[in-house]
Ligand binder design. Structure first.
Ligand code: ATP
Ligand code: MG
Length: 565
């Protein structure tokens, strides 16, 4: 498909790298990293960062490290470590033999803390969290130095050792950098480097440590130890860059990577913060991290998205420094375009209405050979049965048709896709007046050719009743009904905008029997209905579950037009 032929889109980060390579900076090496914190599943925003970092490594024959930023053990766990690796792989990227963990460097980080103390650039502080905040000052006012700032090197060394040995309680002491309490950049006002955390079991280091390094201390050092050349992160870290540089300038770091910031992805009709996604899961607003309505990679996969479509989306949105709120339609268009080319066609009736073709012999069935894809002969054909009883969709019959209605009406004709033209002769109703069945007759001369002397415009899909397989179909829609649930209205919680119709479950659908052998995750276009895949988690039992990935056309475009008015 188009992706391989298109030249890689450039962006300001690639331009910086081109310049660095031209100047032979870093001896011509390009090493990036993707540093997730294992405190949740990856989402589509992470995909932007993955495609950027791993994509650069691929295109510049460099390397991208997968590194877990695991310095907050109370929020992290192995499930997240594993899901993150699965999702990066699924997106199509490799990180080589070694998975990195910031926790691998705990001993070295401690030694760098000692080095800063010895140089008089770090001190042990006894202020508690509230006091530290109070002393820090504000954007308008400078901070005040801690009364412990001038402890001697010896005392600091001894205290830092005793802290590590577990002599002090949580919050009793911290290690802080000694930089500048009057700096206009608050991040430089003697930031905390280490804090005490007793009684947590770290998923990698167990109970070996009772002190944990802060992100701003850990990150530059991890980058330097791994020989990262370009440390790419999101814009909220721009103000932390002076601290990143300060740390590396004041320790004996093996190299000094360059931090470059870009704007994070925000996507309409969803939320992207891990705190909020965790809340949606833990409060049961969704079924789990891989609920097909979630913007997580696991959710998108279960919904039927392909890695190629997610990568294409990341290429289309590009990489800049400006704030953005990308339309959901862009993501949906990527998957639609991909599946239109790659997914075989099938027929499935989501709201069944039985049709008896009274003119068709009762004991007869035909096997029809039909194309799997209207444009791609290479996808071959399949055989489907046709018989006297079939199902059509309720929406394809109207007793009192509106103007321009081209489907089946009383006394009117319609073509059954891949099959005969039928005419509706009789409507059967139950005693509530509900239509329960149609009696039709077929024109036996219309298989594969137009009827004589008249035009039949409508074409509808169907399945043969005798061989049809009963299935559950889940129609997913956007999780939120507001394009910006996070910032919609002051004081409103994002959860107030949860879309009550984000999942509709249809339990009595009929699908063509060929779909009975579908594999989990396999994708199809259900003709006239959209793109669907067999749910990964629901393959056992006698009723398969299909998830709708996306509709055939952008049904939200109209709604959005109205919102804009
Ligand atoms: P949160 O603050 O919601 O917990 P995070 O950004 O801290 O998310 P990490 O696991 O630390 O989550 O993220 C790993 C990497 O992915 C970081 O380099 C981060 O910049 C990047 N990233 C996270 N969210 C986005 C986003 N929406 N767009 C682009 N990159 C992102
Ligand atoms: Mg983070």
């Amino acid at each position: 498909m188009s992706q391989e032929q298109n030249p890689k889109p450039t962006n300001f980060i690639r331009q910086i790298i081109d310049k660095d390579l031209a100047a032979n900076k870093n001896d011509g090496r390009v090493v990036t990293r993707f540093p997730p914190e294992p405190n949740g599943y990856l989402h589509i925003g992470h995909a932007k960062s993955i495609v950027l970092n791993f994509g650069i490594a691929q295109d510049y024959q460099g390397h991208c490290n997968l590194r877990f930023d695991d310095t907050n053990p109370h929020k992290e766990n192995v499930e997240f470590v594993e899901s993150i690796q699965k999702d990066v792989k699924w997106l199509g990227y490799e990180w080589g033999d070694k998975v990195y963990f910031a926790s691998d460097y705990f001993e070295q980080l401690y030694a760098f803390g000692v080095e800063l103390i010895k140089k008089g650039k770090a001190f042990v502080c006894d202020l508690n969290a509230d006091q530290i905040r109070e002393y820090r000052g504000t954007l308008k006012e400078p901070g005040k130095p801690s009364p412990f700032r001038d402890r001697s090197v010896e005392e600091n060394l001894e205290l830092f050792k005793r802290i590590r040995d577990g002599e002090f309680a949580d919050g009793e002491k911290v290690l802080r950098a000694k930089i500048d309490m009057a700096s206009p950049n608050i991040n430089l006002r003697d930031p905390t480097l280490y804090r005490i955390r007793h009684g947590v079991i770290h998923h990698q280091t167990g109970e070996a440590w009772c002190i944990y390094p802060m992100y701003d201390f850990t990150h530059p050092i991890s980058d330097a130890l791994e020989g990262i050349t370009h440390s790419i992160c999101t814009l909220e870290f721009e103000d932390h860059r002076p601290l990143y540089d300060w740390i590396l300038d004041n320790i004996s770091a093996p190299c000094h990577p360059q931090q470059i910031e870009f704007s994070r992805l925000n996507l309409q009709y969803t939320v992207m913060s891990k705190r909020k996604l965790t809340e949606l899961v833990s409060e049961g607003h969704v079924e789990g991290w891989d609920d097909p309505r979630m913007p997580t990679i696991a959710g998108l996969r279960r919904r039927g998205f392909t890695p190629a479509a997610v990568r294409e989306f990341c290429d289309r949105i590009g990489v800049t420094k400006s704030d953005n709120l990308v339309e959901m339609g862009v993501l949906e268009d990527c998957i639609r375009t991909d599946l239109n080319e790659t997914s075989p066609r099938r027929m499935a009736v989501l709201h069944p209405l039985k049709v008896v073709i009274t003119s068709y012999p009762e004991d007869q069935t035909e096997e029809l050979e039909v194309a799997n894809h209207p444009q791609d002969e290479g996808m071959g054909t399949r055989k489907i049965p046709f018989g006297r009883e079939i199902y059509i969709d309720r929406a394809d019959f109207e007793e009192v048709p509106p103007k321009k209605y081209k489907r089946l009406i009383p006394g009117g004709e319609v073509r059954l896709r891949n099959s005969y033209v039928i005419r509706c002769d009789e409507i059967i109703k139950d005693n509530h007046g509900e239509i329960i069945e149609l009696h039709c007759s077929h024109d036996p001369d219309t298989m594969g050719k137009n009827p004589e002397g008249r035009k039949v415009k409508g074409v509808i899909h169907w399945v043969a009743a005798a061989q049809a397989v009963e299935a559950e179909v889940r129609l997913y829609d956007r999780l939120f009904s507001h394009p910006n649930p996070d910032g919609a209205k002051e004081g409103k919680d994002y959860k107030e905008y949860l879309n009550p119709d984000s999942l509709r479950t249809l339990t009595h659908c009929y699908i063509e029997s060929n779909l009975a052998t579908a594999k989990p995750g396999e994708q199809f276009q259900f003709e006239r209905e959209g793109y669907f895949c067999l749910d990964e988690a629901h393959i056992s039992g006698n009723r398969p579950v299909f998830n709708r990935t996306v509709t055939l056309r952008d049904t939200w475009a109209k709604v959005e037009q109205q919102v804009k008015k």
